[in-house]
Design a binder for this molecule. Structure first.
Ligand code: FES
Length: 167
């Protein structure tokens, strides 16, 4: 067969598994590595629910091949924080009720972590622009924007730059 061994650092741990040349990163993460927090909403680059960080940049994992991510550092929602120690973006969503059905939430959070790494102090307009690549069918975005604004405050209060991981 034409499988290749792919190795990447996922949430700080080196992980290897076989992938076919056509295997999408989202399927590799979910099926090969069992990281099902990354969701598939469309498979056609529309919804952003599959967003992860690849070498620190928000990427739609349904538009990336697993083999293209060989050797990369990946952060998925599982790497952000834990129930006892939420990442600021998770804390923001928790406090501001930034979700309803929750299906898009992991993608939205990863997209916004990518945004905040580039722009730690976004205006509401910049947050809304950043959300353009991610489709949420329930919230009307207002609560998501508030959640991101709350995350910005939490990060400022912490005095630390945003991290991909909670410490
Ligand atoms: Fe990747 Fe919709 S599943 S953009």
């Amino acid at each position: 067969d034409n499988k290749m061994k792919v190795t990447m650092t996922v949430n700080g741990r080196e992980r290897s598994a076989d992938a076919e040349p056509r295997t999408l990163l989202v399927h590799f993460l979910r099926e090969q590595l069992g990281l099902t927090g990354t969701h598939i909403g469309c498979d056609t680059t529309q919804c952003g629910n599959c967003t992860v960080l690849v070498d620190g940049q928000a990427v739609k994992s349904c538009t990336t091949l697993a083999v293209q991510a060989d050797g990369s550092e990946i952060t998925t929602v599982e790497g952000l924080g834990t129930a006892d120690n939420l990442h600021p973006i998770q804390q923001g969503f928790w406090e501001e009720h930034g979700l309803q059905c929750g299906y898009c939430t992991s993608g939205v959070m990863m997209d916004m972590v990518g945004l905040l790494k580039e722009n730690p102090n976004p205006t509401e307009e910049e947050i809304r622009q950043g959300l353009e690549g991610v489709i949420c069918r329930c919230t009307g975005y207002q609560f998501i924007v508030k959640a991101v604004q709350r995350a910005v405050e939490i990060i400022k209060e912490s005095g630390q730059p945003i991290s991909e991981k909670q410490v």
